[in-house]
Design a protein around this ligand. Structure first.
Ligand SMILES: [Zn+2]
Length: 147
């Protein structure tokens, strides 16, 4: 599995990945020329498919994930970043339980970004509470399939 930077016609290099326990896989590739980054997110079924095909991601095969997971979870432990909602602007939407649960399945290193995208979307649309339906709607409108 390779990614090409269309603008530079260069093969993008693997930069970062996270394999949370739920089977979701996230990998980031960057272009060596323009440093454009691309993130690949797969759901558990797709991850299993990739693993069963023995595809290498980031130069290693998937079965090594338990150790990697422990290490990255210890290093990137920003779990509490989401525990309390951000006190930012006055119009920050709340998250219902289902939406919160869904957000918690997002890989840690992109979770903050994903949360902000949905919160901004809700704020812009005058939506007081983020629900899975709002997330689906935002994904469709913003073209964020997989997030
Ligand atoms: Zn490039």
């Amino acid at each position: 599995m390779k990614f090409l930077c269309v603008e530079c016609d260069r093969q993008m290099g693997f930069a970062e990945r996270e394999l949370p326990g739920d089977g979701t896989l996230a990998a980031v590739f960057t272009c060596p020329a323009c440093h454009r980054a691309v993130a690949m997110l797969t759901n558990p079924m797709e991850t299993q498919l990739v693993a069963s095909l023995g595809v290498k991601i980031g130069g290693r095969t998937l079965p090594e994930q338990p150790l990697e997971l422990t290490r990255s979870a210890l290093q990137g432990g920003r779990e509490d970043a989401f525990a309390e909602s951000p006190p930012a602007g006055p119009a920050r939407p709340s998250w219902d339980a289902a939406a919160r649960e869904r957000l918690e399945r997002v890989p840690l290193f992109v979770r903050g970004m994903v949360q902000r995208i949905y919160a901004d979307y809700a704020a812009e649309h005058g939506i007081a509470q983020v629900t899975p339906e709002v997330m689906d709607q935002a994904r469709r409108e913003l073209g964020l399939e997989g997030m």
